[in-house]
Structures are given as C-alpha cells and as structure tokens.
Design a protein around this ligand. Structure first.
Ligand SMILES: [Zn+2]
Length: 226
C-alpha cells in the first residue's frame, strides 16, 4: 500500500505520520527530513537545497525524484510506504505513478489534512523538532514531557523554515503547487480530512479511510496463498 500524506506546513503531518507508520508497519519516507539530512551532511545537493529552502522555495523535480527513487529502491519499500512531502508537483506525481506501476503496487491513497491559515501560523511558531529522532513537538499543542527537551532526551530545535515570513511564503507556494497535484489524483483517490480536531480524532479518521484498503490487501494476499 502507498499512502501519501498531504497538508500545508503545520497541519499535523509530523504528528500523524509516525502513528500511521506504526499502525501499518510500513516505512515512512519524510522527504523534508531527507533534505535536511543532506544539508547537515553538507553534500553538494545539500548546499543547493539549503539556499532554496531558506527563501521558502521548493527543491526541483529531478532532485526530488532522484531522492525518492533512491529511498524506494531499498528492500523495506517493496510492499509499500508512507510518504510525507512528495509529490509536490504533477511532474513528480507522474514519476511516482510510473515507478509504482513498474513495482506492481496499487494506486496511492491520498490523505489531505486541511487546516485554516491563522491556526497554521500559531502552530508553526510553536514547533520544535528533535535533531536525533526527528519527532516534532509543539510547545502549544504537543509539548514534550520536559521543557526544551525531546522525550528521547535530546534538546529540541526551532527550524529555520518556521520563521513567520518564511512560513507565509511556504503556505502560498504550498497552495499554488499542491492544488494541481490533488486535482491530478482526483476525488476517487484523495480524501480530505479536517486537520483542526484533536490528533487522536484525526488519526481515527485516517484509520477509517485506510481500513477498507487494508481489507483488500489482505484478501488479495489470501487468494495468492490459497
Ligand atoms: Zn528525540
């Protein structure tokens, strides 16, 4: 199963994605974290994307496709994966479509979390990420057990791309770039959920969207094994 998690920055994807990953037992591909890793490692790719992200822009299709191809070619991705942060453009969606056909995987299920803009700005200004385990906390909505520290014990960091002026640019770009991608998948594959409720309620609705697909995967598995 391929699950694509969509929603503007601050919609709660970072909270929901580990829960979906644990529940379905499939790898999480968080392209934002992969890009930040490249930046920290000061690779050639990393230095290029650092400039783009600092101004609220997006990394180009060919770099993103290369990153995704490299990750999904690993053996843990053979029966499916959850992606956060890709595809960001129709060209990337078409690339993913060819890739998943080649691997014999079913069409992706798109989960789109919708949240109002003023709520996003509040949420983002409180966001702190752990550099070690990548868990995202929020001093308002999802505080760590001890102030300033991740639950794994590592100090939490404010991300450079969570500053207000950068956030506004990201939200603008997000809407411009993502709406055509959601249109590409259409209402048959795309499920838009209200991301403003409690994280437990949002996760419950995600489960009820994915549950019928799980039954289908299990049924096919049983047919093959009979
Ligand atoms: Zn941590």
């Amino acid at each position: 199963m391929i699950v694509l998690l969509f929603g503007p920055p601050g919609c709660g994807k970072g909270t929901q994605s580990p829960r979906i990953q644990d529940w379905l037992n499939i790898p999480l591909i968080a392209t934002g974290d992969m890009l930040r890793q490249e930046i920290r490692a000061r690779t050639r790719l990393g230095r290029g994307i650092d400039e783009v992200l600092a101004t609220g822009g997006y990394v180009g299709d060919s770099q993103m496709n290369r990153l995704l191809l490299r990750r999904t070619s690993q053996p843990d991705c053979s029966s499916g994966y959850l992606i956060d942060g890709y595809p960001r453009t129709v060209a990337q969606a078409i690339f993913l479509e060819r890739l998943r056909e080649k691997r014999g995987l079913p069409s992706p299920i798109v989960i789109h979390l919708r949240v109002a803009e003023d709520m996003l700005l509040t949420r983002l200004s409180g966001r702190r990420q752990c550099a070690e385990c990548k868990r995202v906390h929020n001093i308002y909505t999802n505080p760590p057990r001890r102030e300033g520290l991740c639950d794994c014990g590592v100090p939490l960091e404010e991300r450079n791309d969570d500053r207000p002026e950068v956030v506004r640019a990201r939200l603008q770009l997000y809407a411009e770039q993502t709406n055509p991608v959601l249109d590409y998948y259409g209402s048959r594959h795309c499920h838009t959920l209200d991301g403003m409720r409690h994280p437990d309620d949002v996760f419950g609705e995600i489960q009820s969207v994915l549950e019928p697909h799980l039954v289908r995967v299990r049924a096919r598995h049983n047919r093959v094994n009979r």
